[in-house]
Design a binder for this molecule. Structure first.
Ligand code: GDD
Ligand code: MN
Length: 389
């Protein structure tokens, strides 16, 4: 006797009659559609309605992966899920990121085919059945919906955004096949085995999950493209801003040199170098035009540089864990504390090396390196490490 029957026997007859047939729940769906969401409350019901329509007679589910949107998207999804078991919700707390959301959604299903689509109806969901049929024929690993293949289009994007998108596409050629027309696409479907084969190599940085998938696969992917016209966003507004370009640069860097040095450490060091410039500017201002004494000036300059480093790292290096409001203040304090210890280690090591062989450049470099590694390691856990609710 299988478990479904066992359950039914324990339940009163009225409950059994009120419940829809179990059969659709007894096996995992064939296709799982992963939808990353941030503030998409007004769009989730409409997207689900359209999926029901275009995937009628198919076995599917939709997983919304929401980053704790303030507009209550996750709650709206759970309301839909209450009456349709094909709708699922993953709500992540204290995290942000389109790519990492997609990856978590894909890890949460056992469906053999995985699709990614945006929630705002800009992608043409009517391609989904054709994408699935193509994959099921067995000669293709991944089907990409493309805005740049013949017949496709980018809707009414401003000239600026179209130019940036084309530039990023050209840059991505370092990592993806040259004949993939839309490596920035956020709409595609792949076999689960392709995803599992590369999941541990994925960078999960930013929002270009397709570029990441192609660049992380151990073998070249057999792909097909399907053209579509990028539509206007339904409700709400785009979440991607000018810092998306920074994320993309980090993704490319991670793929190119991430195996040698963590790209976050690299970003942290670049910001640190800028902090030195801030330090000297403040110091010069206090010493000369303002005639302040050296120790006072040096202390103020150090505090300014640390604050600058914290604020910029919070926006760039730790974009996915960005601290706001009271958390920002707590983070700032822990950053100053951690970096003060790093500063002591830096000066301590450099002075002792200098005392032993009087070579000031190697002594200074060793001090800076040890200080930087300490600051990075300590603030990664102390400042940005805790999960915040
Ligand atoms: N979970 C989560 N976390 N979802 C996010 C986040 C995030 O930090 N940021 C954005 N999203 C969700 C949005 O709610 C939306 O469903 C989808 O990801 C795409 O975000 P949009 O803000 O609508 O991006 P876009 O329209 O400017 O660009 C999209 O289309 C391009 C062309 O296909 C993105 O998919 C781009 O990656 C893509 O290049
Ligand atoms: Mn969009």
């Amino acid at each position: 006797m299988d478990t479904v029957e066992q359950h039914s026997m324990l339940e009163p007859r009225s409950a059994r009659l009120a419940r829809p047939a179990y059969s659709s729940l007894s096996s995992s769906p064939e296709l799982s559609i992963i939808v990353p969401t941030f503030n998409e409350r007004e769009n989730v019901a409409e997207l689900t309605k359209r999926l029901r329509k275009c995937l009628a007679r198919r076995s599917w589910e939709v997983i919304f992966v929401d980053d704790d949107s303030p507009d209550g998207t996750a709650e709206a999804v759970r309301e839909l899920a209450a009456t349709d078991a094909r709708v699922r919700c993953i709500q992540r707390l204290g995290r942000r990121g389109l790519s990492s959301a997609c990856i978590e959604g894909m890890l949460a299903t056992s469906a053999p085919y995985l699709a990614v689509i945006d929630a705002d109806l800009q992608h043409d969901e009517r391609l989904l059945p054709r994408m699935l049929d193509t994959l099921k024929q067995g000669e293709t690993d991944i089907v990409v919906a493309s805005r740049y293949a013949p017949g496709g289009g980018i809707g009414d994007w401003g000239a600026g955004r179209a130019r940036i998108s084309r530039l990023a596409t050209r840059l991505s050629r370092i990592l993806v096949p040259a004949n993939l027309t839309d490596p920035m696409s956020g709409f595609f479907m792949m076999r689960r085995s392709v995803f599992m084969g590369s999941v541990r190599r994925l960078s999960a940085i930013g929002c270009k999950i397709l570029t990441d998938v192609f660049a992380s696969s151990p073998q070249p992917l057999r792909f097909q493209e399907m053209s579509y016209r990028f539509r206007l966003r339904n409700a709400g507004e785009s979440k991607l801003d000018s810092l998306t370009a920074w994320d993309y640069a980090m993704l490319l860097l991670d793929k190119l040199i991430g195996h040698l040095v963590p790209v976050r450490f690299l970003a942290f060091s670049i910001v640190g170098a800028l902090g030195i410039a801030v330090h000297f500017s403040v110091l010069a201002l206090l010493l000369w035009p303002l005639h302040r004494d050296f120790v006072e000036s040096q202390s103020i300059a150090t505090l300014c540089a640390m604050t600058f480093n914290f604020a910029v790292n919070n926006v760039l290096t730790y974009r996915d864990k960005r601290l706001r409001g009271p958390q920002w203040l707590r983070g700032w304090l822990s950053f100053i504390l951690a970096c003060s210890v790093g500063g002591l280690a830096n000066v301590g090591l450099a002075s002792s090396l200098y005392r032993s062989d009087h070579e000031w450049i190697p002594a200074a470099i060793a001090g800076i390196l040890v200080g930087a590694v300490w600051n990075y390691a300590a603030t990664t856990t102390l400042t940005w490490g805790q999960s915040r609710k």
